[in-house]
Design a protein around this ligand. Structure first.
Ligand code: 9MR
Length: 581
């Protein structure tokens, strides 16, 4: 649904007249042509928002990113990347009307650079946030060198439930207005150095939400402003990319990669390469619990929907990730609760999420990383199963319940268990195999196993022939296999090691009849999850087939070679993309 012109502007003008201000923005210096950023623009794909007759209703999501151990909680408010953004020259004025009904703190974000989510961390780049908090105006500016704002100021007092804000970006200054009066001036620094503004909104404590009643922009002086909508999701196809080679195999497989909605919407090279080269995608983070159910019973699927739409537009399948894990959980899900309630939280989450994506995704990682890393769990009766919150509440049966619930929610999806470090021989693999036997004996509807294949260090390198034995062992149990998250972190001069590791695993997958897809965990080092985030800004890792400038490495060419030399289908065969796994 789109915000409609007639309704929004009519309401705005009546109320403005009541507040004795002009419809084009009060005391601004002679404004240029006004660009409406709500009317006819897309706010329907913005998480936590709902276009209504009187504007865009913003509810409190309180989205956060927790650390691996569940601690912390870095704010991760949504950005309307599928909606309008501004491109400007010279000065620009942005006007907004924030209508609060019950005292909710209301925040509007103007991003000069969009944030990037890396491993357990949101890289908060340049931007400002203006909020009506209590009765005061709060201003924060992020300068791209810390998670925390470089500047936080509060202005004025006594603001009511209907506040008209304006921000003038004038050279090196930002001038803030509220209800027609200038309330403060702050240095702009380089926040808008790219001459672009994306928008985000968020609701804080205090109530049920607020309404963005107006949002518009106009040039100042001799400036120029134009409004851009998000790019089309469909990208041009080639006939000679990885996906085409893999579809041309006698037994076609899918070539996949983990993707994120942010760069898909803001980085053309990322979008084009993703759509051209891959026939399957795994949401890197956008389907995880802390993204889709940040508060109990509050769901936000918009970024996930964008990935589904991208897959749809480009003939890709979605391998959805993940329903039951011990990581990437919102803190409410980890809170103390009875075993009974824990079980309910798990099944409700599965029903809601798998239900939402029913028919739109081909596969699910139902259970992610169930095996323990601790020796003691292999001797104390846990049988190698990780004793996390779900296990604590339900024992190993949590997996039975999870798979059965997922099957009910999406009967046609292919259901996987996904694990790392089981490509090699050892107690972890043995314990996983024994677990799979038990699951099969109990009639649990599991279809396959994903082997993550992360190789972060030299000791993680595994032998393709050992991996082949694992894939065959699964075939013996009637299970499918896939390479689910491959990345190989290497140092300078080790490109050949990386190429060899990737190619070896792909060859096994292309050759073993029960291996359905080969997926990498991202494809460009530019957004790779192995980035070193101890520095600000982060330095990219070197683990993926494309470097940060989208230059294909020898790894990419090695993947192509494998697909080129694996048995091809006879040339007269029809295109088999639809028949894959
Ligand atoms: O790449 C993902 C990173 O951005 C997240 O912060 C992290 C926690 O949610 O998960 C990373 O992806 C992991 C995947 O979900 C499961 N297997 C290991 C992956 C790499 O750490």
């Amino acid at each position: 649904m789109r915000v409609r012109r007639s309704v929004v502007s009519a309401v705005a003008c009546v109320l403005l007249a009541g507040a004795s201000m002009s419809c084009t923005g009060g005391s601004a210096p002679a404004p240029g042509p006004v660009a409406d950023l709500l009317d006819g623009r897309d706010w329907a794909h913005f998480a936590g928002a709902e276009p209504t007759r009187s504007g865009v209703r913003i509810t409190r999501l309180d989205r956060r990113i927790t650390r691996q151990d569940g601690s912390g909680g870095q704010p991760n408010p949504p950005v309307n990347l599928r909606g309008p953004h501004l491109v400007f020259q010279g000065g620009v004025r942005v006007e907004a009307r924030l209508i609060r009904t019950d005292g909710t703190d209301a925040y509007l974000h103007l991003y000069g650079e969009t944030p990037v989510v890396y491993d357990e961390w949101r890289h908060e780049r340049r931007g400002v946030r203006i909020g009506v908090v209590g009765g005061r105006l709060r201003f924060d500016r992020w300068d791209g060198d810390s998670d925390r704002p470089a500047v936080t100021r509060t202005f004025g007092r006594g603001f009511g439930d209907d506040v008209r804000l304006a921000v003038d970006v004038r050279g090196d200054r930002l001038v803030l207005e509220a209800d027609g009066n200038v309330v403060g001036t702050v240095p702009a620094r380089d926040v808008f150095r790219h001459r672009r503004i994306w928008f985000g909104a968020d609701a804080g404590d205090g109530g049920r939400g607020w309404t963005l009643g107006e949002l518009r922009a106009m040039p100042l002086g001799r400036g120029r402003v134009s409004v851009r909508d998000a790019p089309a999701l469909k990208v041009p196809r080639s006939t000679d990319a990885l996906r085409d080679l893999a579809a041309g195999l006698r037994r076609p497989i899918r070539m996949g990669t983990a993707l994120a909605a942010g760069p898909l919407l803001t980085d053309g090279a990322y979008r084009r390469t993703a759509g051209e080269e891959f026939s399957m995608l795994t949401p890197e983070n956008d389907f995880k619990a802390q993204f889709v159910q940040p508060r109990r019973g509050v769901f936000a699927f918009e970024e996930g929907d964008t990935l589904v739409d991208f897959a749809d537009a480009n003939g890709m399948r979605v391998h959805a990730h993940t329903l039951v894990w011990f990581e990437a959980l919102p803190s409410w899900m980890r809170a103390e609760m009875t075993h009974e309630d824990r079980r309910r939280v798990m099944t409700e989450h599965i029903r809601a999420v798998a239900g939402h994506f029913r028919g739109k995704v081909a596969e699910w990682d139902v259970v992610n990383e169930p095996m323990s890393d601790e020796d003691e769990d292999y001797t104390n009766g846990n049988r190698g199963v990780r004793p996390h919150l779900w296990f604590e509440a339900m024992g190993e049966q949590y997996m039975d319940i999870a798979f059965r619930t997922a099957k009910e929610a999406d009967p046609h999806a292919v259901l996987y268990l996904n694990e790392y470090g089981v490509e090699e021989d050892g107690p972890r693999w043995d314990a996983l195999y024994a677990l799979l036997v038990r699951l099969k004996q109990r009639g649990v509807p599991i279809d396959g196993v994903g082997f993550q294949n992360h190789e972060y260090a030299a000791e993680d390198r595994t032998d393709p022939e050992v991996f082949r034995r694992k894939v065959r062992a699964l075939a013996g149990l009637g299970l499918k296999a896939r390479v689910s998250e491959m990345d190989v972190l290497v140092g300078e001069g080790e490109e050949d090691v990386q190429a060899r590791q990737f190619a070896g695993k792909l060859a096994v997958c292309a050759e073993e009849p029960n291996c359905t897809s080969f997926s990498t965990w991202g494809f460009t080092d530019g957004y790779g999850s192995t980035a070193d985030i101890r520095h600000y800004p982060p330095s990219p890792g070197d683990a993926l087939p494309w470097d940060a400038a989208y230059e294909a490495k020898s790894t990419y060419w090695a993947l192509r070679d494998v697909l080129g030399r694996t048995r091809r289908r006879p040339p007269q065969a029809p295109d088999g993309q639809g028949a894959v796994g």
